[in-house]
Design a binder for this molecule. Structure first.
Ligand SMILES: [Zn+2]
Length: 359
């Protein structure tokens, strides 16, 4: 060996023996160890406008056999709503774990796009790797569960608002209501979040259609752990149509149960039943004897997850799911408003004490 070659060999050996500088080592470690796989699939099922007392009495009468089977394996707990009892505010809270003061989505007429990164689809992609899980939304409604970007008002819409403002001075007051006072429609709540999912579809209408699309998507993404949000609109539509105290309203809830049965059957056929946490919940109830839900704060969470052990609020649902997947809730920024329903309560759940004033 020449002296030069000996020097090269010595330098290589020294390089092997010496520890790498910390920055290089950290980068290598990161490259070598991807995050652990998502340990369970999650199916979050939304029954829009489904009042708790109706669900309980239909369960008692044996008319919700599929929900009954879930509850027998897991739990049925009360969800009380301390904020507006409508669709935009409701699902936003359920799908983020934040109150409206954090997301800016207060109610159907006062909203903005949910800030980037705050929804459960985005949280899970961040935690487990966007290409290592499937994040899907299959939604019945268009209105209030929408992903449209901001746009200018059409001349007709503008004219309508002007004449309305002429009749009502409050409507013309700047700053009172974003939709009414500026000549644009703000971006809809999911216009950012929907870009960070593998598949996002809304406006599917009937429950049968929603389930069929969800089943197609389960087939498409069968090779990955998944988070699906599957939303049904019938109870809300029937409630507005024939009222809370009507047979069609109950029938609509029964129809949702039938669709739940199809989803559960599909999971069984895929041999994913034991690997899937299923949560069924609602955004608001209905005013007693009425066709409205101005103050309808009593809903529910039904699940096959036996670790859920207490009542809570809408903002607790995303934290519960994140916790049950093993994620550290304290690490999320901004700090989550809600808490896990699988752990002891540390902050009071907002209580529905009075009808909220729309601002
Ligand atoms: Zn409604």
């Amino acid at each position: 060996m020449t002296r030069r070659n000996a020097r090269i060999v010595a330098a290589v050996l020294l390089g092997l023996l010496l520890p790498l500088p910390p920055a290089v080592q950290a980068a290598d470690d990161e490259a070598e160890s991807p995050p652990p796989p998502m340990p369970m699939n999650v199916l979050l099922v939304g029954w829009d406008g489904c009042d708790r007392e109706h669900v309980k009495s239909l369960l008692k009468d044996g008319r919700l056999p599929n929900l009954q089977k879930l509850v027998e394996r897991g739990r049925l707990v009360d969800i009380d709503i301390g904020e507006y009892t409508d669709t935009k505010g409701g699902w936003t809270q359920i799908l983020t774990g934040y109150t409206a003061s954090v997301t800016g989505v207060y109610h159907n007429a006062k909203y903005q796009p949910i800030p980037r990164g705050m929804t459960i689809w985005e949280r899970l992609r961040e935690a487990y790797g966007a290409d290592r899980i499937a994040t899907v939304a299959v939604i019945a409604k268009k209105k209030h569960l929408d992903a449209d970007p901001p746009r200018e008002l059409t001349p007709e819409e503008l004219e309508k608002l002007r004449s309305k403002a002429g009749n009502s001075p409050a409507a013309a007051q700047p700053g009172k209501n974003v939709v009414r006072t500026v000549p644009t429609v703000p971006g809809c709540p999911y216009c950012l979040a929907s870009q960070s999912t593998d598949w996002w579809v809304n406006d599917l209408g009937k429950g049968e259609n929603v389930t069929s699309v969800a089943i197609q998507m389960l087939d498409r993404y069968q090779d990955k752990p998944f988070f699906f949000f599957v939303h049904y609109a019938e109870p809300d539509i029937r409630g507005h149509g024939t009222g809370e105290n009507s047979a069609p309203y109950d029938d609509a809830i029964v129809a949702c149960d039938r669709e739940l049965g199809r989803l559960v059957e599909k999971l069984a056929a895929m041999k994913q039943s034991d690997k899937t946490l299923i949560y069924v919940t609602s955004d608001h109830g209905f005013d007693a004897g009425a066709k409205t839900h101005w103050f309808a704060p009593y809903v529910f969470l039904a699940t096959n997850d036996a670790k859920v052990n207490r009542a809570g609020g809408r903002a607790d649902i995303t934290p519960t799911i994140l916790d049950r997947l093993g994620l550290n809730l304290l690490a999320f920024r901004p700090a989550l408003t809600g808490e896990s329903l699988a752990r002891p309560i540390t902050r009071p759940v907002p209580k529905p004490t009075k009808k909220p004033v729309f601002r």
